[in-house]
Write a protein that binds this ligand. Structure first.
Ligand code: FE2
Ligand code: FE2
Length: 349
C-alpha cells in the first residue's frame, strides 16, 4: 500500500490510499531493440464514442457573453490578475527532453509498448483539441474582450506545448501524429458556449487530478516509472489547474449558466457523463494503469472524489452529492478504509 498525498489544504482524515498492484502480468519487459530511423506519420486514431474530440462553438454568442458592455458580471480586476499569472509562463522551460526518453521507449516491449503508444496518441489528441479551441477563442474574442482573448491565447500556448511534448514522445516509438492533417480532416463536435464551459472546466480540473495522482504514485513507487514523461506531470498539471481556475472565473461571470434549474440539471448531467466517459475509457485500458502499478478502479475513484470536492462548490452538483453519499463514498470506504464521515463533513461544509 502506498499513500497518494492529498492537497495540503485537505485534512489527513480524507487521505485516500491507492492500492499498488502486484507486479502486473503485463510487466514492463526490459530489452533493447534497434530503433528505426524515421518516425512513421500517423494520421488519426480509431474513432469511437470515447475518442477525444475536437470542439467548435457559437463564436458570436461567445462574443456577446464576453462583451464588458453587455455583461456587467465580468470583473476586470480578476481577469487582469489571471492574465498576469498566465503571462508569467511558469512552465516555459519545463518541457525539455533528455536521452532517457528514447532509452526507456526502446526498453518497453510487448503489449505494454502498444498500450503506451495509445496513451501518447490519445493524450496528444486531447491536448491538441484544447489548443485548437482556445486558439480560436483567443482570435475571435480580441475585439470584445482583449484580456479574456489573451488568456485564451496563452492557454492555447500551454496546450500546444503539452501536445508537442506528447508527440515528441511518440517519436521515441518511431511514430508521430500528423497534427496538420488532424486539424483539417477530423470532425468537429458543436457545443453551445454553456456546454463548452461545463466540459472544459470539468476536463481541466479532472485532468489536474489525473496527472498529479499518477505523478505522486510514481514518485512513491519509482520501480513502476517505466517512461520519463511522468516526471513532468507535477508542473504540467499546474497548467491544467490554472486553466480550470480561469473557467471557474468565467462561469462565475455567467450566473445564468449555473443558477436556474435547467442549468443545474445540465451541469450535473455533464459532470456525470464526464466521469462515466473517463471510467469507461480507463476500464478499457486497465492494462496501462496496471503497467504503471495502479489499480484502475481505485485510481478513478480517487480522481472522482478529489475532483468532486472542487467541482461541487462550483457546479452545485446536488445530484452528485447524493450519488457520492450513497454509492461512491461507501464503496470507497469499503475498498480503502477512508473515513466516510470526515469526507462528508468536508463535502457538505
Ligand atoms: Fe494540457
Ligand atoms: Fe488545459
Amino acid at each position: 500500500m502506498a499513500l497518494v498525498e492529498p492537497m495540503p489544504s485537505l485534512s489527513a482524515a480524507i487521505r485516500p490510499s491507492i492500492r499498488i498492484r502486484k507486479p502486473p502480468s503485463l510487466a514492463v519487459r526490459m530489452s533493447s531493440t534497434a530503433a528505426s530511423a524515421t518516425p512513421a506519420k500517423k494520421q488519426a486514431i480509431k474513432e469511437s464514442l470515447l475518442t477525444p474530440r475536437f470542439y467548435t462553438t457559437d463564436f458570436e454568442e461567445m462574443e456577446r457573453l464576453f462583451s464588458t458592455e453587455i455583461n456587467k458580471n465580468l470583473k476586470e480586476e480578476e481577469f487582469d490578475s489571471l492574465l498576469q499569472e498566465f503571462k508569467t509562463d511558469y512552465n516555459q522551460k519545463h518541457f525539455v527532453r533528455n536521452s532517457e526518453f528514447k532509452e526507456a521507449a526502446d526498453k518497453l516491449q510487448g503489449p505494454l509498448r502498444q498500450i503506451f503508444v495509445e496513451f501518447l496518441e490519445r493524450s496528444c489528441t486531447a491536448e491538441f483539441s484544447g489548443f485548437l479551441l482556445y486558439k480560436e477563442l483567443g482570435r475571435r474574442l480580441k475585439k470584445t474582450n482583449p484580456v479574456v482573448a489573451e488568456i485564451f491565447s496563452l492557454m492555447s500556448r500551454d496546450e500546444a506545448r503539452h501536445a508537442g511534448f506528447l508527440n515528441k514522445g511518440l517519436s521515441d516509438f518511431n511514430l508521430a501524429l500528423d497534427l496538420g492533417f488532424l486539424t483539417k480532416a477530423r470532425k468537429y463536435t458543436f457545443f453551445k458556449p454553456k456546454f463548452i464551459f461545463y466540459a472544459t472546466y470539468l476536463s481541466e480540473k479532472i485532468g489536474y487530478w489525473r496527472y498529479i495522482t499518477i505523478y505522486r504514485h510514481l514518485k512513491a513507487n519509482p520501480e513502476y516509472s517505466c517512461y520519463p514523461i511522468f516526471k513532468y506531470f507535477e508542473n504540467w498539471c499546474q497548467d491544467e489547474n490554472r486553466h480550470g481556475d480561469f473557467f471557474s472565473a468565467l462561469m462565475k461571470a455567467q450566473p445564468q449558466f449555473l443558477n436556474d434549474w435547467k442549468a443545474k440539471l445540465w451541469a450535473r448531467f455533464f459532470c456525470l457523463s464526464v466521469y462515466v466517459t473517463m471510467y469507461l475509457n480507463d476500464c478499457q485500458r486497465s492494462a496501462f494503469y496496471e503497467g504503471i502499478g495502479l489499480d484502475t478502479k481505485e485510481f478513478d475513484m480517487h480522481v472522482i472524489i478529489e475532483a468532486s470536492i472542487v467541482l461541487i462548490s462550483s457546479l452545485h452538483c446536488v445530484l452528485l452529492c447524493i450519488l457520492m453519499h450513497f454509492i461512491i463514498i461507501p464503496q470507497f470506504h469499503i475498498w480503502t478504509g477512508t473515513n466516510h464521515r470526515d469526507l462528508l463533513i468536508i463535502l457538505f461544509n
